[in-house]
Design a protein around this ligand. Sequence first.
Ligand code: ADP
Length: 676
Amino acid sequence: MFKKILIANRGEIACRVAATARRMGIRTVAVYSEADANAKHVAVCDEAVLLGEAPAKESYLCGDKIIAVALATGAEAIHPGYGFLSENAEFAESCAEAGLVFIGPPASAMRAMGSKSAAKSLMEKASVPLVPGYHGDEQDPAFLQRQADSIGYPVLLKASAGGGGKGMRVVDNADGFKEALASCKREAISSFGDDKVLVEKYLQRPRHIEIQVFADTHGNCIYLFERDCSVQRRHQKVLEEAPAPGMTEERRAAMGDAAVAAAKAVGYVGAGTVEFIANQDGSFYFMEMNTRLQVEHPVTEMITGTDLVEWQLRVAAGEPLPKRQDELRIHGHAIEARIYAENPDKGFLPSIGTLRHLETPAAVNFELGGNSLQPAAVRVDSGVREGDAISPYYDPMIAKLIVWGVDRKQALARMAQALAQYQIVGLAANIAFLKRLVECEAFAGANLDTGLIERHKDTLFPPARSVPVAALALACVALLEQEKDQASKHSGANGGDPWGQALGWRMNAQFIRTLPFSDEHGKEYEPCFKYLPHGWELTIKGIDVDVSLMTRGGVELSIKLGDTSVQGCVRRDGDAFHVFVGGGHHTLHYNDPLAHAGEAESEGGRLTAPMPGKVVAVLAAQGQDVKKGDPLVIMEAMKMEHTIAAPHDGTVDEVLYAVGDQVTDGAPLLAFRAAA
Ligand code: ADP
């Protein structure tokens, strides 16, 4: 076995590989970009070497630099993870030339599967079923149109070199063909540098079912059953599970055999995935083969009690596969949800920023390998920690949440519960959306197909609702208690002084206070609090209810609201109160009437970048006088523009960045002086 490997990746997969290597007594070398100097994957490896600047082409895609680091640090093998260089045949060859083991398939297998068209031709020869279509070299538009006409509409155009759901167009009828072809080719050339397309029958309500295959250098090739990845948005996976609901033993064996035939046809070695598209009646067709470990591999590990990274390392070191086909069994059911920094309500727009607070569900860590037959109920594969930033440079995945249950029902319940325990503060995340998704009737009832999210969009993207009274009450109590803490800190020795206690004690009259809050959608709330000896009377929306604090342990609060008791967690981030109650996350902004009172005079100093990004426009010049609200700098981050405006009338003393500069989260952009 190897003594030391280099992990040519970042984030959760780098951490995941490092965990297995550590368990096997293999030392690890991390590589990182400037943006990742403090990243988790750097911390969990034994050594780490800087590659270059943040953009992947300056760092994680620099094959030569990575090979040089491997040689300099004495690593014997390189694990590419997924993405970046994992399916790059030249890189695999360069590794071999440098005397390093590439932990993945031979370059020839990657090349054979790299083009969807060529792969289909190969599969045809290996008698693997294909979606009816045309995948030849002839690219004349009139010819392709005739092919589409004879396949029958709707058809799907796919960039042959495509991936990640890009470069695909559905064509509903002959009239739309020409235009769709032109636009598909444009995207194909700009994204993949190759405008070759293929045409295939567009299946109605299909399922995405893939088979995990594994081959060694001794001629063994087996399959580790299937994963159902039908729940997708824009052809990208959102939830993955194993086994596939409704799969019969016969079909499983047929798909497994077809996948093994596909792998053997290209002389495959290592972990690979053969993706199929299946009709509701179970008939299935080869779609493509991914020549690497997939993001969703943990669900397979959960149901088979294996560690696929360990298998990869053993196979790469020349060992035979740890198990034979007849030794593999499916045990229970596993579901994975991809936790993303994105806003599902805004078309899944990626979100960036700092993970100010991160609380993961109580994960009993899944002890991989060792033939454990009882996997942990909950596993979190993550590459970030609290305080880390999700930057615009890389995929905005925060973590993968994987649950296991004796059956699908139990796995579903555990998933819903684990999602309810997940707390993320600092950026938009898809937790609430995922929770609605796993709880929606179609998913719960295993009524799966790739159009599920679109078809159930009314349930999955409900209109914004008011913040529940319980959440509002929790935020108020948290605020009032914090004020009490502050007051007692300041009053110090005068602890007994009623004037310093912020208890709302008044000599003559009862003290009534309004706490102005607004929610994420700008809706305002004005709960009124009347101080009582042992709590408050809360008036909201014209209703009076008694509120009192029962227990408080840090951010965990338990309050009595009328006759009911409410438990929740309130995390404060400046003026924002993040209330986690009943599995939901409500953000309330406290519009503190006092907080900004003195600002006009004191504000000034430096205006900072709200998130990491690039300066795309500087609208103010040094020495320029500006009015409150005037745009000063425009930044671009995650395909969105953000305008930094003057907080007050004043003068720009200095502009610290120029157009095109990259700036980090919180970096001062300009020196600003408020008008006297
Ligand atoms: P990529 O390499 O970009 O991921 P795939 O060929 O794997 O592209 O297809 C991605 C997704 O597109 C599939 O999971 C499925 O949802 C959809 N898809 C692909 N081919 C078809 C088809 N013939 N009919 C219907 N949907 C399809």
